[in-house]
Write a new protein. Structure first.
Length: 261
């Protein structure tokens, strides 16, 4: 697929943009002309700083603009400081992709209060803090677009994900309510509901299932069951661009048909 330049001269923050779905989104946006600012955590769990740096280097190598900032999205003060830093560095903020999220699989009875609170903090409070911070700049610019990355599981459920799915259900409601609240400011807010994407976590789960059953995973004919990070990148690009200027408050499924399966 040819890469559009529909985001030329725009500045877009992508949280968790250094790995998995976020990396795919960052790379597509970088190839589409946007200056991509990746917010990554500093928890050491997945060597996020190194991965974010690798993605920015690839974007720059291909002629784009990119940078990174270490931010805990659940920390409002750090979010406000980071967003102000982006504005100081680039002079504008045109888009926000709330991609950062956690999903620590746990059975219903094993979900601790700390685990519950952490999922809400990262997956729901973080997107709110970020949206509130960037929307102030977008309001002054007279335009902006926010995209939240959610999941089809918020409608279909899933195993050992009560805490995760609850946070994403909240994110869906946050999307529609913010779209209503910010409509008159020409700030659009939408969400993408993802299906199963070939990220490290999902690939690890698939390999574990293959070992358990002794049956190798194969894609059947027709539409792929497993998505690729760039599939989400193309959808995000559309929602950030002027091509979607009449789209706000939408919960868009990008899932290979999983929602209706």
């Amino acid at each position: 697929m040819n890469d559009s330049k529909s985001l030329t001269d725009r500045v877009v923050i992508v949280t968790g943009g250094g790995r998995g779905i976020g990396a795919g989104i960052s790379q597509i946006l970088g190839r589409s002309g946007a200056a991509v600012v990746i917010f990554h955590p500093d928890d050491g769990r997945f060597d996020e700083a190194r991965q974010a740096k690798s993605v920015t280097e690839e974007i720059i190598k291909n002629g784009g603009r990119a940078s990174t900032l270490c931010v805990d999205v659940s920390d409002r003060d750090r979010v406000l400081s980071a967003v102000d830093q982006v504005f100081a560095d680039y002079g504008r903020i045109d888009g926000l992709v709330n991609n950062a999220g956690i999903c620590d699989f746990a059975s219903f009875f094993d979900i601790s209060p700390e685990n519950w609170d952490r999922h809400l903090a990262v997956n729901l409070s973080g997107p709110f803090f970020l949206a509130q911070a960037v929307a102030r700049h977008m309001r002054d610019q007279g335009k902006g677009s926010i995209v939240n990355i959610s999941t089809v599981s918020s409608f279909r459920a899933g195993d050992q994900q009560v805490h995760y799915i609850s946070s994403k259900g909240g994110l869906n409601s946050l999307t529609t309510s913010m779209a209503h609240e910010l409509r008159d400011l020409n700030i659009r807010v939408n969400a993408i509901l993802t299906g199963g994407v070939a990220t490290d976590i999902n690939l690890d789960k698939r390999r574990a299932e293959e070992r358990r059953t002794g049956i190798a995973y194969t894609e059947g004919p027709g539409v792929r069951k497993m998505g690729r990070p760039e599939d989400l990148g193309y959808a995000v690009r559309y929602l950030l661009s002027d091509e979607s200027e009449w789209v706000t408050g939408a919960l868009m499924s990008v899932d290979g048909g999983a929602m209706r399966a």
